[in-house]
Ligand binder design. Structure first.
Ligand code: AKG
Ligand code: FE2
Length: 312
């Protein structure tokens, strides 16, 4: 399925008419599929090459190097090995674990005065960086780029929703986003019944910025007509999807779409690698529908509960 391609540069530098056109494109993509592709994003190719290389070196490293940075029980950052997560469980579905390993990192700074014990123990936990030359620099450089890009896309979302570009700022000025490097190794063993590379789930936060390796296949979304359809990731562009909190903000008008990563026999022998940046509003942000009534969800505790459900 081809999802709408949005040119961020056109939105940021275009005439009023061009801005309005891009915003309308975003609005319809978010209503229909909840997925879009962003070009004109300005993220330098060198930064992308650096993190891809660092992450590939980590996943190819010895068990020792990985175990050094293993995430402790209930902890979100560091290495989560094979068998530790089943994304479908975040929705209450019992499935075998996803066929993947990941390295995960959190915010690079902590807001002064943050005293919430869950926030400190969970999303502001220290990210343990592996003993891989250049890893930390590449990771943090890419994280900063993604944080900035997510802010730009949130401004575009605000305009697409008929608000001022700065509308979301108070909710996302101390974001608790996570960067995850995902490695789905090639295998010659058949998957168990109900087992995927990533089980069907929705993302939890405001938006996700995906960068699958060139040629990686297997990502599927549930189309409005109820069929699973593959999503292609064009070279040089990011795939963006909205998460549960953005759906909530729009009172359900925009869709936090169910998606998964499948591993049919013809793909099993091919590794998939992907970088996923999960933009998440401030720990304390209270998200409720912009119009009408509706209960509020607090960003941090919501994320923590979803993570816990998927990793136990
Ligand atoms: O492998 C990917 O590109 C996406 C995985 C995914 O949807 C997720 O981890 O939330
Ligand atoms: Fe996802």
């Amino acid at each position: 399925m081809s999802v709408a391609v949005i040119d961020l540069q056109e939105f940021e530098q275009g005439s009023a008419a061009e801005r309005a056109r891009v915003a309308a494109q975003v609005d319809s993509a978010c209503r229909e599929t909840g997925f879009l592709v962003i070009s004109g994003h300005g993220v330098p190719e060198a930064d992308i090459a650096d993190i891809r290389q660092a992450v590939a070196m980590f996943f190819a490293a010895s068990e020792d190097i990985k175990r050094d940075v293993r995430a402790g029980p209930g902890q979100p950052y560091g290495w989560l090995g094979m068998g530790t997560e089943a994304l479908a469980k975040s929705r209450g579905e019992q499935t075998p674990p996803d066929l993947k390993e990941s390295f995960n990192g959190g915010p690079l700074t902590r807001p002064e005065g943050e005293g919430d014990p869950d926030a400190l123990a969970f999303c502001y936990a220290v990210t343990p960086y592996p003993r891989v030359p250049g890893f930390r620099e590449a990771w943090q450089g890419y994280y900063r780029r993604m944080e900035r890009l997510a802010q730009q896309v949130m401004a575009l979302f605000a305009v697409a929703l008929g608000r001022d570009a700065g509308f979301f700022e108070p909710y996302i000025d101390a974001p608790i986003s996570a960067l995850r490097a995902l490695n789905y190794p090639a295998t010659d063993r058949p998957a168990e019944v109900g087992q995927q590379r990533a089980g069907a789930h929705t993302d939890y936060g405001s938006l996700t910025i995906l960068l699958p390796d060139a040629g990686s296949r297997g990502l599927e979304i549930l189309s409005p007509s109820g069929e699973w359809v593959p999503v292609d990731a064009p070279e040089g562009a990011f795939v963006i999807n909205i998460g549960d909190l953005m759906e909530l903000w729009t009172g359900g008008a925009w869709r936090s779409t169910l998606h998964r990563v499948v591993v049919p026999a013809e793909l099993a022998g091919r590794q998939r690698a992907s970088l996923a940046f999960f933009h998440q509003p401030n720990w304390h942000a209270e998200v409720r529908p912009l119009e009408g009534d509706g209960d509020a969800v607090t960003s941090g505790p919501y994320l923590m509960a979803k993570f816990a459900a998927a990793t136990t």
